[in-house]
Design a protein around this ligand. Structure first.
Ligand code: NAI
Length: 436
């Protein structure tokens, strides 16, 4: 069993701490030794009105239990005043929980500028103002723990919450960036998407479900993330009813579409949305690496020196050698591969290639059928192709032997592809497996 996490003498600002989730955060931090700034404007859920009683009540609760707390009644839009309260009362800021929130739910067709602006000002601008005001103190102290309160509505969208979901997602973006900017100064920042019984949810959830969603069940994750021993940063968590889960972005392998057009995007849609080989980028650099990998992924094979037109050695079927074409060697290799492994390739690839090789003003096409039977390769155009690949003789050999990057060749117009781009990419795999 872990030792109890202590927050002794840590100065914790919690916005919107007069009720709901904010109140239970405040009570628990105070119970564990923190000095707490209980901020609350005391508004209705819709953001209207103001009442000092909300914050006062929680401060009194904390004091009655022997804890240390001060009230602040400013709107989060005046973040610097809230930070000033912490500095005046306790001399520093260690933990900041951006929690205050309101709702102005309305379908987008009926949304007014004031619905949008008010939600922006409380959630997005408020969290910015407060965090900005605390940031340099945290930097100077080389210590900070920040929570942004997002929402499933932001992460996934929700009917009638265009304003709210926008701001909740904005907070994820801010959290991700602050996590990076704060790293060298021991400042962490994480976003949570809580679910808890409060006045915000009591009208949309049945009572028996609300009973399972006590705000107290969200508190432990926030405590953990805000502890000095916790280095977790830049993460997003869904949390409620005692269940905690971390989220991340998933990206499919994607497809590079040379000479991209809308029609080619349509043809390659299955590859665009294929998640069978995912990555999980966490920075813009890792995001960009998806493009760079596609551009730089060479097809690595090597072939034996070109021989004069000779019969296809160990391969079944007619010769695929055309005199004067160096590409013949490549096709011989593919023929051998099909001879030993054709049925499996047909199952995996399921496509017909026309490979058009140009040479001194002439051209010669080979057909690689990996769609029917045990596969076949033949000189000339046989049947109906799914993709046509065109390249000059030398370039084709260089590409297939890994001397010329296939994607670079596409970009430079040395390799043309018409039809199913995903299939074209798989051709490289056949060559890699053929081990020439
Ligand atoms: P709540 O309505 O019980 O508490 C929000 C508090 O923020 C209120 O006490 C209110 O007076 C205060 N507040 C509003 N505007 C303010 C301002 N401008 N300055 C200072 N204080 C202000 O709501 P609840 O449920 O506790 O929500 C807390 C946070 O969690 C909010 O950001 C909300 O969007 C978010 N959230 C809550 C969920 C839930 O299931 N309860 C679900 C997803 C997100």
């Amino acid at each position: 069993m872990s030792a109890e996490l202590s927050y002794k003498d840590r100065v914790v600002i919690i916005t919107g701490a007069g009720g709901g989730l904010g109140r239970v955060y405040a009570l628990e931090f105070a119970k564990r030794g923190a000095k707490v700034v209980v901020n609350d404007l005391g508004t209705a859920s819709s953001g209207e009105g103001a009442d000092v009683k909300a914050a006062d009540k929680v401060v009194n609760e904390i004091k009655a239990a022997g804890g240390v707390a001060v009230a602040n009644y400013d709107s989060v839009e005046d973040g610097e005043k809230i930070v000033a309260t912490a500095l005046n009362a306790f001399g520093r800021v260690d933990v900041l929980i951006n929690n205050a929130g309101i709702l102005r739910d309305v379908s987008f067709g009926k949304m007014t500028d004031s619905d949008w602006d008010l939600v922006y000002r409380v959630h997005c601008k408020g969290a910015y103002k407060l965090t900005r005001a605390a940031w340099n103190h945290m930097r100077d102290n080389k210590y900070g723990r920040i929570i942004m309160t997002s929402s499933a509505a932001g992460l996934y969208g929700n009917f009638g919450q265009g304003n709210y979901s926008s701001m909740k997602m904005a907070l994820v973006g801010l959290s991700n960036t602050l996590a990076q900017e704060g790293k060298s100064r021991n400042i962490t920042c994480n976003a949570i998407a809580p679910i808890a019984a409060s006045r915000m949810t009591e009208t949309v959830m049945p009572p028996d479900l609300l009973a399972l969603m006590k705000p107290e069940f969200v508190v432990p994750l926030v405590l953990y993330l805000c502890h000095e021993s916790t280095t977790e940063t830049g993460s997003i968590f869904e949390v409620g009813a005692g269940w905690v889960s971390k989220l991340r972005l998933q990206r499919g392998a994607g497809v590079l579409i040379p000479d991209i057009t809308a029609e080619k995007v349509k043809e390659n849609w299955a590859a665009v949305e294929d998640f069978s080989n995912p990555t999980y980028p966490t920075t813009p650099t890792e995001s960009f690496s998806g493009i760079m990998t596609a551009l730089n992924n060479p097809v690595k094979v090597s072939i034996a020196p070109v021989k004069a037109a000779a019969p296809a050695a160990a391969a079944a079927g007619a010769s695929v050698v055309v005199a004067g074409y160096k590409a013949s060697n490549v096709f011989e290799t593919i023929q051998k591969t099909i001879g030993s492994n054709g049925a499996e390739l047909v199952k995996k690839i399921n496509g017909v290639y026309f490979i058009k090789v140009t040479q001194g003003g002439k051209s010669q096409t080979w057909t690689i059928n990996l769609k029917t039977g045990n596969g076949a390769i033949s000189i000339g155009e046989v049947g109906k192709q799914d993709v046509t690949i065109t390249a000059a003789d030398e370039d084709f050999v260089d590409i297939m032997t890994g001397k010329l990057n296939a994607q670079t060749a596409f970009m430079k117009g040395k390799l043309k592809i018409n039809g199913n781009m995903g299939l074209a990419t798989k051709l490289g795999n056949i060559m890699q497996k053929s081990k020439l």
